[in-house]
Design a protein around this ligand. Structure first.
Ligand code: DX5
Ligand code: ZN
Length: 222
C-alpha cells in the first residue's frame, strides 16, 4: 500500500497558508488534512466550511476532511468535497453512522470512520463494506501537540490483521495525533498507511517544511 503523508492544515501559520500549500504541491504531498471541530464533540474550535471551500478551490491536492462534529450526517452538505477527497466521521459522534457514510460515498468521496483511543475496533464490524479507510486517533481528539496514547499502536496492528484476515486488505488505516518521526515508523510497522503530519513532524521547528517532509518520506519509505 502506498504510504501517504497528510499535513495537518490547522498547524499552518495563518499568513503562510499559501506558501505551505505551494510547498505541498511541489513536494508531491498526497492529502491535506483538515480538522473541523465544533466545540461540542471536542471542546476546541478549528477550521470551518468556508476554509474547506477556499482550500478546495485553491489546490488540486485531495482533501482529507476530519469531522470532529456532532451529528455529521446533518451537516455534510455544508462541506465542499467531491471524488478523490477523503471524509471521516466519528463513530462516537453519530447515531446514524451508516447514513453518514452513504452520503459521503454518494458524492464519490472516500468514506472513513474515525475512532477515539478508547473505542474498540469491533465498532467497525457492521460498516466494513461501506468504508475505504479507518482513521485511528492516536491521541484524544481536540488539540495538536499531545503525547501518543501508546496502546493505540497495538490497536493499529490488531485492526490491520483483522481487516486482512476478513478480506478487507483494501481498507487503509490513517493515524492522527503525535505522528512524530519516531512514532511514524512504529505506526507503519503496525500497519498504517496514511499519516497526519502535524506539530511533531513536518511542522517541527528544528527543520524547514521541505526538510521535514523529506525526512518523513525517508522514514515511511525506507
Ligand atoms: C487533530 C489534529 C492533531 C494534530 C496532529 O485531529 O490532526 O492531532 O494536528 O499533529 P500533532 O499531534 O503532531 O500536533
Ligand atoms: Zn485530524
Amino acid at each position: 500500500m502506498k504510504q501517504k503523508i497528510a499535513p495537518s492544515m490547522m498547524c499552518t501559520p495563518l499568513f503562510g497558508i499559501r506558501e505551505c500549500v505551494e510547498t505541498f504541491e511541489r513536494t508531491g504531498i498526497d492529502l491535506l488534512h483538515l480538522d473541523v471541530m465544533d466545540g461540542s464533540f471536542v471542546s476546541n474550535y478549528t477550521l470551518g466550511t468556508n476554509y474547506v471551500k477556499e482550500l478546495k478551490a485553491a489546490t488540486r491536492i485531495p482533501l482529507d476532511i476530519h469531522l470532529m462534529i456532532e451529528d455529521p450526517e446533518r451537516k455534510l452538505d455544508w462541506f465542499d468535497f467531491s471524488e478523490g477527497d477523503y471524509v471521516s466521521v466519528h463513530y462516537e459522534a453519530t447515531r446514524h453512522l451508516h447514513r453518514a457514510l452513504a452520503a459521503i460515498k454518494s458524492r464519490g468521496a472516500k468514506a472513513m470512520v474515525a475512532i477515539n483511543p478508547a473505542t474498540p475496533i469491533s465498532a467497525l464490524d457492521s460498516v466494513l463494506d461501506d468504508i475505504d479507510a479507518v482513521l485511528v486517533m492516536t491521541v484524544n481528539p481536540g488539540f495538536a501537540g499531545q503525547k501518543l496514547v501508546e496502546s493505540t499502536l497495538k490497536k493499529i496492528r490488531r485492526l490491520r490483521d483483522s481487516l486482512d484476515g476478513a478480506g478487507y486488505s483494501h481498507i487503509e488505516i490513517e493515524v492522527d495525533g503525535n505522528v512524530s518521526f519516531e512514532n511514524a515508523g512504529k505506526m507503519r510497522e503496525a500497519g498504517a498507511s496514511i499519516y497526519v503530519a502535524g506539530s511533531s513532524s513536518v511542522f517541527a521547528k528544528d527543520g524547514t517544511l521541505e526538510e521535514n517532509i523529506a525526512k518523513m518520506r525517508g522514514i515511511l519509505e525506507g
